[in-house]
Design a protein around this ligand. Structure first.
Ligand SMILES: O=C(O)CCC(=O)C(=O)O
Ligand SMILES: [Fe+2]
Length: 319
């Protein structure tokens, strides 16, 4: 009888097979994205045709300038910076201990709640956490938060609409639509720390036109220097393209200076998106992307939500 192979041994064997495959057939250059890079809208309108192009991987990003009023974006950013519930967005990657990341979150992102076994608190607080940014101004007027506007308008324009993801069991509580992200200048220079920004994927998977993981970011306040969104223009839509380049692509899961340097050397140069307070940018998070570092001179504030896409189903927003 054959002995059972331990999952660790199997993992190592698979990794080795993929390394051999890449040495023989890998060709990152062949993944270079063809077609449009950034779809930019100057009029503040989120359009169905633009979302369609993003989901079909015809464009690297949809950039809607002035989606949310700039003055209000700065006001909401100040509320976020003053919030007491700030925590570091650290999650373990590549089977390693959780490491501090260069991003703070206001409240708790879902993946952090999973890693820390805090799902009960996450779902107990998700509605309240969203309503924080839907607020009464001093003049008594009710203001809609940036993610509120995005959810409403995406629901209006998208064929199957847009919903919040919901808890599987329990009370079927909603996920949060978005989590505020704060990036601050490094408090000290640490030569061991990678400062150019973390080029990463949030999910490592073949880019299918039928399903995928996307994200919506609404920018609320910029740092004086650094903080642009960068996207590496590669598309891997077939199994063959994916597996024969898998060892290189998987470097985008590691927040490690050596892996980051190797990844940047092998990928084509990134496309840089300059954003202003109030801009909305939609991307596919399976394609390497990151925030250009170092962030210098002041904090960068944004709010981010993930969009789960499955053809024929409503889009699902979660964070
Ligand atoms: O903050 C940004 O500009 C990028 C955020 C990000 O990594 C994402 O949306 O997946
Ligand atoms: Fe990301």
């Amino acid at each position: 009888m054959l002995g059972r192979v331990s999952s660790g041994a199997r993992g190592a064997a698979v990794a080795n097979a993929l390394r051999l495959l890449e040495a023989r057939f890998g060709d990152v250059e062949s993944l270079r994205h063809v077609g449009d890079e950034i779809t930019t809208r100057e009029d503040g309108e989120l359009r169905r045709e633009d979302v369609e192009r993003l989901l079909a991987h015809d464009t690297l990003a949809v950039h809607v300038k002035g989606f949310y009023p700039e003055k209000q974006a700065l006001e909401v950013a100040d509320m976020m910076l003053a919030d007491e519930d700030v925590r570091n967005w650290s999650v373990a990657s590549g089977g390693r201990e959780a490491e501090p990341s260069d991003v703070d979150a206001v409240g708790t992102p879902h993946n952090v709640a999973v890693a820390n076994d805090e799902l009960e608190a996450y779902f107990g607080n998700s509605v309240e956490a969203m309503r924080k940014w839907r607020y009464h101004r001093e003049d008594g007027v009710l203001a809609m938060g940036p993610m509120d506007k995005f959810r409403l308008e995406l629901d209006e324009i998208w064929t199957e609409g847009c919903l919040l993801s919901r808890e599987k069991g329990g009370d079927r509580q909603p996920f949060q639509a978005g989590v505020p992200r704060i990036m601050r200048p490094a408090s000290r220079y640490d030569p061991a720390r990678w400062t150019r920004g973390f080029a990463h994927v949030d999910e490592l998977a073949i880019m299918s036109p039928d399903r995928g993981l996307f994200s919506a970011n609404i920018y609320l306040r910029n740092a004086p220097s650094g903080g642009e969104l960068q996207i590496w223009p590669v598309t891997f839509a077939s199994r063959w393209d994916f597996y024969r380049n898998a060892p290189t692509l998987s470097l985008a899961l590691l927040q490690d200076a050596q892996a980051q340097a190797a990844l940047r050397e092998r990928l084509p140069d990134p496309v840089t998106v300059k954003v202003r307070p109030g801009d909305l940018v939609l991307i596919c998070t399976q394609r390497p992307h990151g925030v250009r570092g170092p962030v210098v001179g002041g904090p960068r504030v944004s709010i981010q939500g993930f969009l789960q896409y499955e053809r024929g189903q409503p889009l699902r927003l979660e964070a």
